[in-house]
Design a binder for this molecule. Structure first.
Ligand code: FES
Ligand code: FES
Length: 489
């Protein structure tokens, strides 16, 4: 038996488990966020005997006899100061990191109410914010310290009058941890779903054996591509739906994030065991790892229509003349890499079956696209797919695609159960689309006075295995290629 205090309340448990999971799943304390579960992000920060620690690195056994505080446990008068200061400083955007920031700040201010900027930076070094940047957060902590020192009692009500400085309307909920993100949503009789991902980026799926998974205790059901009632392909651009929700037996995977089966289970542990019990026979094939490789004459076609998604040509003036008649001409090749969007909230969705369709609760950026894509997948009228967006813990364009929403919806529709699908940080990195890598050959010319005369640019953009937003992204790259400069050619 382990005994400890959480927000001054004595708790006893026989379960030895991650403190993060204990707080979120057993205690329903959702200000403590799960950004990575591996000690990297700081969204799960708690005070352990007044010192800031990451809950995902602690267990109930490790905190035996100790005391834990979360944002919910901060005394109301003090919490109002944090709510005022973080909102006033504009330190809150998606808000997913903020309760953790508040905890680390409190850990500092409880022992040093007159901190320097460096003291604050040191106290926050375990907390990552992807949206705001740290300047405003540091400013907020300074404001909290000053307010506590001077006994200031903020009035957190705002009239919303035009001309009056007004903080964002959701700031207080995000700071106090009351804001509900998708994984925080509490729904009765919730089942947990997850995907079996391909072992190889490019492989022929020869056989899928689900029998061991179905015999695993706690596993409710397993779904394959053949179970999809509607259109198997999804795609953000309605005219190019090329992304298989599940890769079928006899078909070839295209990237490491491809799903080959879905498992539905009564709890998270059974889900892990069920996923591990699915047996897939593959024939590994050589993957296409760059646009250049996929443009080679004998390159295998990863989609029926070939490997080129989209070509865009943009021209103005007469660039060949400009280059020929300019004093100086410079050509360089530039490369930009794939970039992970790195939102702090991993993808999460809950689907609840309705009489003829589903109600989806998501953390995505694009509810109407989800309605369209999910209804096509289920083969139902879009009006039968309702979508509610919860708070979004950062997106940056990376949460426009389907990642978990369609899988949650499919499992809920087929099983008639409430289903949650949440990606782990590693799975999110493997599955999510990235900022497109590009290879850019650019020729620039100018006259003897350095006045720019012409620019010619060839861009090869890597959209990855699926179209996603590759077309519009390439178009944007073309229209923005000249940067802020005034070229006439
Ligand atoms: S550090 Fe614990 S969830 Fe990221
Ligand atoms: S406000 Fe910090 S991660 Fe979004």
């Amino acid at each position: 038996m382990y005994t400890f205090k959480i927000n001054d309340k004595e708790i006893k448990t026989t379960k030895n488990m991650s403190l993060l999971n204990f707080l979120r799943d057993e205690m329903q304390i959702t200000s403590v966020k799960n950004g990575c579960s591996e000690g990297a992000c700081g969204t799960c920060m708690v005070l352990l005997d007044k010192k800031a620690f990451r809950a995902c690195l602690l267990t109930t056994e490790k905190i035996n006899g100790k005391s834990i505080m979360t944002v919910e446990g901060i005394e109301e008068k003090e919490r109002k100061i944090y709510e005022w200061a973080f909102a006033e400083a504009g330190a809150v955007q998606c808000g997913f990191c903020i309760p953790g920031m508040v905890i680390s700040s409190k850990g500092l201010l409880d022992i040093n109410i007159n901190p320097t900027e460096n003291d604050i930076k040191k106290a926050l070094r375990g907390n990552i914010c992807r949206c705001t940047g740290y300047v405003k957060i540091i400013e907020a902590v300074m404001k909290v310290a000053k307010a506590i020192r001077e006994g200031y009692e903020p009035d957190n009500s705002y009239t919303g009058k035009i001309g009056e400085r007004t903080p964002r309307i959701d700031a207080q909920d995000k700071i106090s941890g009351k804001a509900i993100y998708s994984e925080d949503l509490k729904i009765e009789n919730l089942y947990y779903g997850g995907a079996v991902r391909t072992k190889y980026p490019r492989a022929l799926v020869k056989k899928i054996n689900t029998s061991k998974a179905l015999e695993t205790s706690g596993v409710e059901s397993v779904y394959l591509a053949s179970d999809i009632p509607g259109n198997r392909n999804i795609g953000h651009l309605s005219f190019i739906s090329d992304w298989d929700a599940l890769i079928a037996v006899g078909e070839i995977t295209r990237y490491i994030g491809d799903a080959v089966a879905l498992v539905l289970a009564k709890d998270k542990e059974s889900l892990k065991r069920g996923i591990a019990a699915i047996e897939v026979e593959y024939e590994e094939l050589q993957p296409l790892t760059s646009p250049k490789m996929s443009l080679e004459e004998n390159a295998p076609k990863i989609h029926e229509k070939g490997n080129v998604l989209f070509s865009q040509k943009l021209s103005r003036g007469n660039v060949e003349n400009a280059l020929k008649s300019s004093k100086y001409v410079v050509t360089h090749t530039y490369k930009t890499p794939f970039t992970e969007h790195a939102y702090l909230e991993p993808e999460s969705a809950i689907a609840v079956p309705t009489k003829h369709g589903v109600h989806l609760y998501t953390s995505s950026q694009s509810i109407y696209d989800e309605q369209r894509e999910v209804s096509r997948l289920l083969g139902v009228d879009p009006s039968l797919v309702e979508v509610t967006s919860n708070y979004v813990g950062g997106g940056f364009g990376g949460k426009e695609d389907m990642s978990v929403q369609h899988h949650a919806a499919l499992m809920a529709y087929l099983s008639k159960k409430n289903v949650q699908v949440t990606l782990s940080r590693q799975e999110s990195i493997n599955v999510s689309t990235k900022r497109h890598a590009m290879e850019i050959e650019m020729t620039t010319s100018c006259d003897e006075n350095g006045i720019l005369t012409g620019m010619k640019c060839n861009i090869l953009s890597d959209t990855g295995a699926y179209s996603s937003l590759g077309g519009p992204v390439l178009q944007r790259a073309c229209t923005h290629a000249s940067g802020p400069y005034n070229y006439h050619n």
